[in-house]
Design a protein around this ligand. Sequence first.
Ligand code: GLC
Length: 590
Amino acid sequence: MKKEIVFITAILIFISCRYSKKETTVSIKPNNDSTFANVKDRAWWKEAVVYQIYPRSFKDSDGDGVGDLKGIISKLDYLKSLGIDAIWLNPIYTSPNDDNGYDISDYRNIMKEFGTMEDFNALLKGMHERGIKLVMDLVVNHSSDEHYWFKQSRSSRTNPYRNYYHWWPAEKGKPTYRWSFFDVKSEAWKYDTLTNSYYLHYFSKKQPDLNWENPKLREEVYDIMKFWLNKGIDGFRMDAFQFASKDTTWPTLPKGYENNVIKYYGNGPHLHDYLQEMNKEVYSKYNVMSVAEGAGSSPEEAMKFVDPARKELNIAYHFESVDIGKSLNDYGLVNYKKIFSRYDSVFKDKGWLAIFMANHDQPRMLSKFGNDDSLYKAASSKLLSTFVLTMRGTPYYFNGDELGMSNIRFNNIEDYNDVDTRNKYENLKNTGGDLKAFLEDKKQTSRDNGRTPFQWNSTPNAGFTTGKPWLKVNPNYTTVNAATQENDSNSVLNYFKKIVALRKSSPALIYGAYKLYDINNTKVYAYTRVLNNEKFLVVLNFSNTETDFILPDELKSFTTITLTNYSSAKAVIITNNSIHLQPWQSVILK
Ligand code: GLC
């Protein structure tokens, strides 16, 4: 009896629908030049899908518990199988690792834990042989305090390297207060007895800020850039560069400014002069990707970094779409849509943005923007990948998200490695703050959630290392891992490969105009991407419940499903007036 009811219901649904999904596979046309006819200002860095590797956590080849270059080399075929075009590699240079490589003590050498320059050369060669480009991190807002320049600089007030950094002589009293991101006391000026002076560090005290006003320092940086570019790398992601120029009259900043730090530290008086000089001296000589991490606090400010007429950088990534607090659920989908739509309206005719939901400074995309509950994790991971890969801008996709890796949610401060989390905990402890609430918050927000080792397979430590991993492995690796998912055609991983292939073969998904529909819908994010005759409608249900997206007349011509994240059993149902979506269902229509 029960079976019959199910059968009859199924027939009724079928008859009442104008269309119902039959299959979920994508047929990908090869990407050839004619499909891009009429696209002006084509560039490889606009068409690339960038995959970010956090080397410390990707693959350990020698059992010391830390990922390394040989480990990445051993996974080149995996990277190729994803279909991605470029790798952004977090810093691999020599570093005492106060901030995991973002404190560089030698810009021309490889961190011992990661390997040697020979390993690097082999990695670059292996990537290029597979058609994958390499973009390196350039960390030049600050160096390590163990860099030769800083050792010299602090040794005496008259040392030739003194002006490579910002110093304040103590006989003038205390310098104006500057807030520091990672300092235990949140103070960016550190007193140094050696020369009775303070030095500036916006990040940890082991990351002194470089003085960009000094032309000699700028020349050194351009030489370093050329050193790597001449080796054949394909670009740089410029770390924290929006903070490089400072108002060195050190004016008093308004009370509470640290809540809007980008406004006060970003966009210093000479920032764009430096970028134009860098472009003239370095970037203009190479066909490479140049990406600014952080780009002011408005779309108009971001445009200044990448407006082609200004000759500075080529891609900007802003923080508004990740600085949304603990979760998208709390922030609200409508507000989130507004961010992207506001940026797109400024960038629609010129300039270029990055699109991303996660990186090594963020918790896991699934835990922040999706739902990592076992009921929804696969669908919501696939939906988020759909979003990142169908928006206008170069997608930057963080390693492990293609498997649906989620936050580890440590219980103890000892489990954390991150200088940010540890020093803020110390600060709270010293000032009598609420440590329990802090730890609870970090389960959702700490950067270490995104840094746990990559989950390769179900063997101990997820196949990441044969030793003791530097950061604990998420216990869900027994089910969430690459090996299992490679063999499952419905897996999050295999869906990622499909959506990457779809983007690469569809000029409209790369260059096409973006138009948002139904902005006030609190569950569904729906938009079109249109280029000439190629048109896509993307409909994403960012919620735990089924919902209907009502089709405006102009969208009724979209009837062919190109890709959906549910298997045919829970097919998307399209009637004349609406699209019925399952929880976290995504659908791309033509
Ligand atoms: C950037 C990096 C981050 C680092 C900071 C200081 O934001 O992405 O990981 O801690 O700069 O270099």
